[in-house]
Ligand binder design. Structure first.
Ligand code: UDP
Length: 374
């Protein structure tokens, strides 16, 4: 006899946890599984020997303008104020990224920088954020030269390293994430709410899942658990192609490898993240001590190496935003619509490059839809 459960949720990352909590609070029973040995998905963090919280799957910096998302998460964590700043090594200098007036004045002779600043402000207005691909379309000779410079020094090689394909083959939304800033604001994100969970992301998601209507099973494969349970509804945030046994072929992903190195001094680098668009095999180095206050003498930096995703060998990180992969995904999405009582969601279920806040928004909306009979 199969055990009965109202909602079976596959994946205990952000999407699964937010959905489980919302359904549980509405009185519904949920069983949530994850094949990994921990909750939190790719937000998972852990303390090293010095007590520094490290992010196993790469740096996660929370930011949102959405008060609803902020309020929801704030029920499960205290926050430590944190403003993310990134620098990039360009022509031998560490300058702010996104490229802004600080970067302009650091890299160009004063007279030229003054002239470019004036022209940028006259053309676009103050404090605008201009996607690099839009800036490249300007007809003005001087601005076009600047756009080419930024494109080549900041985007071209970084993007090739990061994605393994030339920038022009990717959806422009990828590079639009890091626009050129026509002002002096050198924050990486301009959102109203930016902070780090004071006890880390893992603790946040453990708190979220601590509810009498939620049972959590770790190191649990969906293919095995689904034979044990009869469920009314299935919510699947695992890879959508895997669910359909790769019927149309495997969806492409980019993977990452992180090398964590401990250093015996209190500080390793001049910003939380330094990008290396043009040098080295890694794209960026993250010094985790910047994220929360610590008193230890040592520090840890994570060196981030992009690589091809190989099924079974490494993790899926980024869905690749290209027209061919989107076309393949649409075949899976069409098959998904035919599945009765199954909803696909999240980064892997929806084959979507999304920030943490988008994952929360989508999961809250899905829960709302389910609870109102959708
Ligand atoms: N990017 C770049 N140079 C940089 C920073 C970003 O070319 O110094 C491009 C690159 O294609 C990257 C994309 O912008 O994949 C998005 O950057 P973001 O920092 O948002 O990436 P994430 O933190 O999501 O990996």
């Amino acid at each position: 006899m199969r055990k009965k459960i109202q909602n079976l949720i596959v994946g205990a990352g952000i999407s699964g946890a937010v959905l489980a909590r919302t359904l549980a609070e509405a009185g519904q029973k949920c069983l949530i599984l994850d094949k990994r040995g921990h909750v939190g998905g790719n937000c998972y963090d852990y303390k090293d020997g010095n007590g520094i919280l490290l992010h196993r799957y790469g740096p996660h910096i929370f930011h949102t303008n959405d008060r609803k998302v902020w309020d929801f998460l704030s029920r499960f964590t205290r926050w430590t104020a944190y403003t993310h700043k990134v620098k990039g090594l360009i022509d031998g200098q560490e300058v702010p990224v996104p490229f802004n007036f600080h970067s302009l004045y650091a890299l160009f002779p004063k007279k030229e920088a003054v002239s470019l600043e004036k022209k940028l402000l006259e053309t676009f207005g103050p404090d605008q954020k201009i996607p690099i691909l839009s800036l490249r379309q300007t007809q003005d000779k001087e601005l076009h030269f600047l756009a080419q410079y930024i494109y080549e020094k900041v985007f071209l090689h970084y993007t090739l390293k990061q994605w393994g394909v030339p920038a022009e083959e990717l959806d422009r939304s990828v590079m639009d994430r890091v626009p050129v800033v026509l002002g002096w604001d050198d924050r990486y994100f301009q959102d109203a709410y930016q902070a780090m969970p004071s006890e880390g992301y893992t603790a946040l998601f453990e708190n979220m899942l601590a509810h009498p209507n939620i049972a959590v099973r770790l190191k649990a494969e969906f293919s095995a658990v689904c034979k044990e349970y009869a469920y009314e509804r299935l919510f699947y945030s695992g890879p959508i192609d895997e669910y359909f046994r790769f019927a149309f072929g495997a969806l492409p992903y980019r993977s990452l490898h992180f090398e964590m190195k401990e250093f015996p001094q209190p500080q390793y680098q001049s910003a939380a993240v330094i990008n290396y668009p043009n040098d080295f095999d890694y794209t960026r180095v993250t010094e985790y001590k910047y994220f929360l206050p610590y008193t230890c003498r040592q520090t840890v930096a994570g060196f981030e190496y992009p690589l091809a995703h190989e099924r079974g060998k490494n993790e899926r990180f980024y869905p690749i935003p290209q027209s061919a992969s989107q076309a393949l995904y649409r075949q899976y999405a069409a098959a998904a619509r035919e599945e009765k009582n199954v909803r696909f969601f999240g980064r892997l279920g929806g084959y979507k490059y999304c920030d943490m806040q988008t994952a929360v928004q989508d999961a809250l909306a899905l829960a709302q839809d389910v609870l109102t009979g959708g």
